[in-house]
Ligand binder design. Structure first.
Ligand code: SF4
Length: 1016
């Protein structure tokens, strides 16, 4: 093998082109092979050849795998393609499950996510050609055992057509020497090292026809020490006789690359660096990417071909979201190999949710997502699209936790749709993998027409577990779903449609060997570039170094990463011919400062001749963080703005006035409505308007106001507007299995108590001593009738929990009945009216009248007059009897019932575990009694409060009231109570409402007293 050395990729590229030209001098049809690490570099070499030499015949640039495939084909060796890593992961999983007492196998069994890393280590060992015995000798016994088991499993399945890439390449290496003699010249370009299997292939090819390796090395330079060490270790003799490349046609900084990291080097400054070098900082990845790509776009406008521009990052991972969003927004022609997980795509994600829903017996939240998915063609049956679309609200209301039977029972039409989905998968009988593949594939075709091919592949791979791994044992549906989920989680899709010939967006490894006119290096932040070494959890550096020393095989030692990072930096910095730009993030998106990379010191050395890190940092241009300034900066740097950016600048430069709005409307008429709203809502000084709940249309229900609606009005008029006027229904609380459907249980407790008291009354027991004994008997029968629904649903899903909750409620209700019946006996109750409606017009101060109606749980007849009873299974009982809260409008029920019934006493009764003395509830949490107002002033004060509240719906004005109700308000996301201009406008108006909240029983029961107190 012949080595030609130079640290500059462009110089090596020129050397390659000269070498090819030389090979063609005597015979233009002489076959020439260029072996490269990546397909991208292969295409790049072909392009450069065409540019430099014009049409050239019989030159092929091939990546390693294609080279091996060509050799195998020409040698007549028929081999299946190397197996997919996802399948090999399945093979490894099976192999290590058989191992007993192996600590790594035990670790992976507990953490299945580690299986991928373990496969990575084994792949590295097999690629390097390290055998299990070498691991054993280095003390890595557990890994040696796994390596042996995995290798043996691979050998076993070879006859079925399963082999990994190292085995495949090894076959090619076996026959390569005889094949390669047909090439008149062979070059290897673009790699500073290779893995063992590729080294073996190159050496085998070299035995048939000499390979010329264009190696990015400057002898003795720290910048390329990593590659030099590789060649010294594995190709020592060739390296000794290597020659340096002719550097006549190098990159912008190619002649200086060898001086990187050399503290003794004295470099003259480069003339005119302002034109060929730029450094910028930004806050967060998106502005950094946006600036780099916009500058790139402006360079194409200036005449540079897009494919001659590269934006490079050490890794694209931290920039993936930013690149995706900027490319989509700016519609840039970008050639990027940027992939994202398949599960991020809507259709695969929803299909997996469907499988998970069936496997887990239709848990409520997942099932609702499935039913409302626009990507699944779920047959609607009799339910219809509207019912399925409302599954979230309906299932919450029905208290469904999970279980197909619970769905069928509570929501029969939706349940029928789910039954159909269930039956399509028929998940009960265990099946072989191919059986599951057939069922899942059929449903996929039916419900997800146009599913991505990658998803179909993953489903097909389910069957490969049986076909290639030979595992025909039946597995449960749940296990097959888990396997498919893992397959999909390891499947990626292109996140950006690559536009060949577009601006190249690459990570540093993809950029190896490529050359461009312009290069922008992103992400020069500490910890990002250079990357810190990461030791392999399964094979430490000591063992790696020992194995490499003992076997002579090229196995990476992770602590050498620092030297590799220097090599990579030199390679990227040498890839630009005319212009180099670098950037880093001075702060993250949230404004937290980020440290710049020490690599900037070397960049300063390269560009300015001295490692002046501070000087380079200080001279970097900052991309502003403020949106307006950022856009202006982009405009001045690149001369390019999108139309929406022009609108934004106009808006942000203008005042919030009609003149600005009119300019913006001209630029984009679609913004007209939004601008109206902004003009109305963003003003501190304006009047309250239609965006402040001032709709101006009176609201007057035919039957008057329900007591509960008035309670909403008293809590917050704007909340009342959302709930009772607009009827925007908040979603029910999701049933929490740990609360055993408390909401539904609460509603049923009312029914249960009605039956108990009605039965006692009918039998003449109400108000008699000993009534509790009879009540217990009634309770025994009534319990099943009223509590059976919640019991059935939660009992199926959570039997133990259900039993405990049932006991708690039963005990609490029994305790309530015992105390309540004893009190009724003492009070001489003579009979009861249960679940009874009342309606009345209430005269308000100032002459107004308010019609109110309500449904009362019970009215007891006693010798001292009627007593109203209202059961509450949750909430603050004491507040409901608090006169100050009544005056303030936050506890209206008791006084309204008092008025509706013509002056009856009202008792608010706590029922259930929260009010059970055995669970620590005191008297205040069990009963609140209201016998009427003690004075005319209090009664007048209450009616005045009622009048203030009732005036809002009459005027069609619904102010917001930032108060305790906000803590559990379902409409908080639609409310601007925290918006300063809105709060300021409200502050000036609706003084009555705010002053209501300052009323008190003892000192200020009326507004006049509240205000009089203020004056004093
Ligand atoms: S968040 Fe507060 S102010 Fe806004 S609507 Fe709800 S209760 Fe009223």
């Amino acid at each position: 093998m012949r080595l030609i050395l130079h640290p500059d990729p462009r110089t090596l590229e020129s050397e390659l082109l000269r070498g090819i030209a030389a090979a063609k001098e005597t015979d233009p049809f002489a076959p020439v092979l260029v072996i490269v690490p990546t397909i991208r570099l292969a295409r790049h070499v072909e392009r450069r050849l065409a540019e430099r030499l014009g049409p050239v015949a019989a030159v092929e640039a091939l990546p390693y795998r294609t080279t091996a495939r060509r050799i195998l084909r020409e040698a007549g060796v028929a081999l299946p393609e190397p197996a997919d890593a996802r399948l090999l992961e399945g093979l490894l999983d099976r192999a290590i499950r058989r191992l007993r007492g192996n600590p790594i196998a035990a670790f992976v069994a507990k953490r299945p996510a580690a299986l991928g890393s373990l496969l990575g280590t084994l792949r590295e060992l097999r690629e390097a050609g390290v055998r299990p015995e070498a691991l054993d000798a280095a003390g890595a016994r557990a890994l040696a055992e796994i390596h042996a088991a995995y290798t043996s499993a691979l050998s076993e399945r070879r006859t079925a057509g399963l082999l990994d890439e190292p085995a495949w390449i090894a076959e090619a290496a076996r026959v390569a020497a005889s094949h390669s003699a047909r090439w008149s010249a062979i070059f290897h370009h673009g790699a500073y090292e290779v893995v063992g299997m590729h080294l073996d292939l190159l050496l085998a090819i070299d035995r048939g026809s000499e390979v010329t390796w264009l190696a990015p090395v400057a002898r003795g330079s720290r910048a390329t020490q990593y590659a030099e060490d590789f060649f010294l270790r594995h190709l020592g003799d060739c390296f000794a006789s290597a020659r340096a490349a002719d550097s006549a046609d190098g990159s912008l900084f190619g002649s200086r690359l060898a001086s990187l990291y050399d503290e003794t080097a004295a470099l003259p400054p480069v003339a005119g660096t302002d034109a060929c070098f730029a450094a910028t900082t930004a806050q967060g990845p998106e502005p950094e990417v946006e600036h780099a790509l916009r500058v790139a776009l402006s360079r194409t406008v200036a005449g540079v071909a897009p494919c001659e521009i590269a934006v490079v990052a050490r890794s694209l991972e931290p920039y993936a979201a930013a690149i995706e969003s900027v490319v989509a927004r700016d519609r840039l022609p970008v050639h990027a190999q940027l992939s994202g997980p398949l599960r991020r795509e809507s259709a695969p994600r929803d299909f997996l949710l469907l499988l998970r829903a069936v496997a887990d017996d239709f848990p409520r939240a997942i099932t609702c997502e499935v039913l409302r998915s626009p990507h699944l063609r779920v047959p609607e049956g009799e339910a219809g699209a509207e019912t399925l679309g409302r599954a979230e609200a309906l299932s919450r209301g029905a208290g469904i936790v999970l279980g197909l039977e619970a769905w069928e029972e509570a929501l029969p039409e939706t349940g029928a749709v789910l039954r159909d989905l269930h039956d399509r998968f028929d998940p009960t009988p265990p099946r072989s993998d191919t059986g599951h593949e057939a069922v899942v594939a059929a449903v996929l075709e039916d419900l997800v027409p146009g599913a991505p091919e990658a998803l179909r592949d993953a489903v097909r791979m389910l069957g490969d577990f049986e076909r290639l791994l030979g595992d025909a044992a039946p597995v449960a549906f749940e296990a097959a779903v888990g396997r498919l989920e893992r397959l999909v989680d390891r499947t990626n899709l292109d996140a950006i449609d690559p536009s060949p010939g577009g601006i190249a967006v690459l990570d540093a490894m993809q950029a190896r060997g490529l050359t461009f006119d312009d290069v922008h290096l992103l992400g020069l932040n500490a910890g990002v570039f250079p990357r810190g070494p990461r030791e392999d959890p399964f094979l430490g550096d000591e063992a790696r170094a020992e194995i490499r020393r003992a076997t002579g095989r090229p196995l990476a030692v992770k602590r050498e990463a620092e030297a590799e990072e220097r090599q990579i930096l030199a390679s990227v910095l040498g890839s630009g011919r005319s212009r180099l730009a670098v950037s880093w993030q001075r702060a993250d998106v949230s404004g937290r400062a980020r440290a710049s990379s020490l690599a900037l010191r070397e960049i300063a050395r390269l560009v300015r001749g001295a490692p002046d890190l501070a000087g380079l940092r200080d001279s970097a241009a900052a991309v502003p963080s403020h949106p307006r300034e950022r856009i202006l900066h982009l405009a001045s740097d690149t001369g390019l703005l999108r139309p929406d950016e022009a609108v934004l600048v106009t808006t942000l430069y203008g005042k919030a006035d009609e003149a600005t709005a009119s300019r913006v409307r001209t630029l984009d008429p679609a913004l007209a409505d939004g601008l109206e709203m902004l003009l109305d809502t963003e003003s501190f000084g304006g009047r309250l308007g239609r965006y402040d709940g001032r709709v101006g249309r009176p609201f007057s229900p035919e039957r008057g106001f329900a007591v509960t609606a008035l309670e909403h009005l008293g809590a917050c008029p704007l909340q009342f507007f959302f709930r009772d006027v607009l009827r925007v229904r908040e979603l029910d609380e999701e049933t929490d299995p740990y609360e055993a459907e408390a909401r539904e249980v609460g509603a049923r407790v009312h029914d249960l108590l009605r039956e108990v008291y009605a039965s006692l009354d009918a039998a003449g027991w109400l108000g008699r001593k000993g009534a509790y004994g009879r009540a217990e008997e009634i309770l025994d029968g009534a319990w099943e009738r009223h509590m059976v629904l919640p019991r059935a649903r939660s009992a199926a899903a959570f039997p133990v929990l259900h039993r405990l909750e049932s006991r708690r409620w039963r005990r609490a209700i029994a305790a309530f009945l015992r105390d309540d019946l004893a009190r009724l006996a003492a009070a001489g109750v003579e009979g009861a009216e249960l679940e009874t409606a009342r309606e009345r017009e209430i005269a308000l101060p100032g002459g107004g009248r308010l019609r109110v109606h309500g449904r009362i749980d019970r009215i007891l007849r006693t010798a001292a007059g009627p007593v109203i009873g209202e059961y509450k299974t949750a909430g603050d009982i004491a507040r409901r009897g608090d006169v100050t809260a009544m005056l303030r409008g936050t506890a209206l029920q008791a006084p309204l019932y008092h008025l509706l019934s013509g002056g009856a006493a009202v008792e608010v009764l706590g029922v259930g575990p929260d009010h059970d003395p055995e669970e620590g509830a005191d008297d205040k949490e069990r009963i609140a009694r209201f016998d009427g107002f003690d004075s005319d002033a209090l009664r007048e004060g209450f009616l005045e409060s009622l009048g203030v509240l009732a005036a809002f719906p009459r005027r069609g004005a619904y102010p917001l009231l930032d108060d305790v109700a906000c803590r559990w308000c379902a409409y908080a996301s639609a409310c601007r109570k925290d918006h300063a201009p809105t709060a300021a406008r409200h502050e000036r108006e609706d003084a009555d409402l705010r002053d209501l909240r300052r009323k008190s029983k003892s000192k200020a029961p009326t507004l006049a007293r509240v205000r009089g107190k203020d004056v004093a």
